[in-house]
Design a protein around this ligand. Structure first.
Ligand code: ADP
Ligand code: MG
Length: 335
């Protein structure tokens, strides 16, 4: 008899990852869907749909159904999930097995949205579906000893949100979420270029600028980058050279808001756990933690050690996969 497959899904606002216990990460795609508005059909999902952002004819619209950390459109979210499950099901042999699935949903999702996701995964043939809280999944996937009675502080900077959680003894002691993440940083870059150069750039260009010359610290070796966009006066394409210092300035406010969320969570930490934080520090994960200088900047600001998770873009997916083991252990113990 075939053993039951076990799958973890990180339904992130920027990226969706699917993790299989036996095969590791089997899918890692942007949370984007391209829809034909005339027929309401899904034309493409994932990387293929992200390629279309800002480049499609009018009837084809790329949608990010999880924008801003909430499930803005759960019909589209479930369609996207089903398409992506279909894509990996062959690899995983899902048609033959009834997998146990653990899904990590954005913390801002409502019970209605959670139910919709639960149903979408169940209708795909899952035997058991469990939903897990983001900070817990992120902490497990970052190798933190979440079962121990010590304060594990995890900061997950994603696309739509940044989540700060303190986990001890397997549970969330305190957590905080702000709707500021990589998307907001991209928006600030678009705004900066428009205001200072009268040039319109798209989201993908902004994201590239952030990854190439974005810094969290004022003090860094200045870099420059040549960018292209549309001149708002002439309407024609135009190239300009921008510096990392001006991008730093554009990102500053978003970064301050993330810092504020971390500070207030640490301030609300039970005093018995505060000592642990001074010793062990905090762990950064999520794609936003890869911004250059992030770790050093935060360490200077909060004056506790700041560590980077082993694979920030994969922590949550790995954590959901590992959580299955814990959940099945608990179920076995209950029998
Ligand atoms: P989510 O969990 O919300 O799907 P992710 O953890 O996948 O988000 O992170 C996606 C965000 O991380 C995006 O905004 C992306 O631009 C950003 N990101 C990825 N790599 C880098 C990098 N090297 N520097 C700065 N930001 C990055
Ligand atoms: Mg995430």
């Amino acid at each position: 008899m075939l053993s039951t497959a076990e799958i973890g899904i990180d339904l992130g606002t920027a990226n969706i990852l699917i993790y299989s216990k036996t095969k590791g990460i089997v899918l890692n795609e942007p949370s984007v869907v391209a829809i034909d508005v005339n027929t309401k059909q899904v034309v493409a999902v994932g990387a293929e749909a992200k390629e279309m952002v800002g480049k499609t004819p009018q009837n084809i619209v790329p949608i990010r159904p999880l924008r801003d950390g909430v499930i803005a459109d759960y019909d589209v979210t479930t369609q996207m999930l089903k398409e992506l499950l279909k894509k990996v099901s062959k690899k995983l042999g899902l048609s033959m097995r009834k997998p146990t699935v653990v899904v990590c949903t954005p913390s801002g999702s409502t019970s209605v949205e959670r139910r919709a996701i639960h149903n979408a995964v169940t209708s795909y043939g899952a035997k058991h579906v469990h939903l897990i809280e983001e900070p817990v999944a992120a902490a497990i996937g970052s190798d933190l000893p979440v079962d121990e009675p010590v304060a594990n502080v995890i900061v997950d900077i994603g696309g739509g949100t940044s989540e700060v959680g303190i986990i001890s003894f397997g549970g969330v002691v305190s957590c905080n979420s702000v709707r500021i993440g990589g998307d907001k940083m991209d928006d600030e870059i678009i705004h900066h270029i428009r205001k200072n150069y009268n040039i319109l750039i798209g989201e993908r260009t902004a994201e590239n600028i952030k990854m190439e010359i974005g810094y969290a610290q004022a003090d860094h070796k200045e870099e420059t980058m040549e960018i292209r966009g549309r001149d708002m006066v002439t309407g024609l394409p135009k190239t300009v050279t921008i510096t990392s210092t001006e991008i730093y300035t554009a990102l500053k406010e978003s970064l301050e808001q993330i810092l504020e969320a971390i500070r207030s969570t640490l301030e609300n930490c039970p005093p018995e756990l505060s000592g642990d934080i001074v010793d062990h520090g905090i762990v950064l994960t999520g794609g936003g933690s890869l911004l250059s200088g992030m770790q050093e900047w935060l360490a200077d600001e909060i004056i506790v050690p700041v560590h980077l998770a082993p694979s920030p873009l994969e922590s949550v997916a790995i954590g959901t996969g590992r959580a299955i083991k814990m959940i099945s252990k608990l179920q076995k113990a209950a029998k």
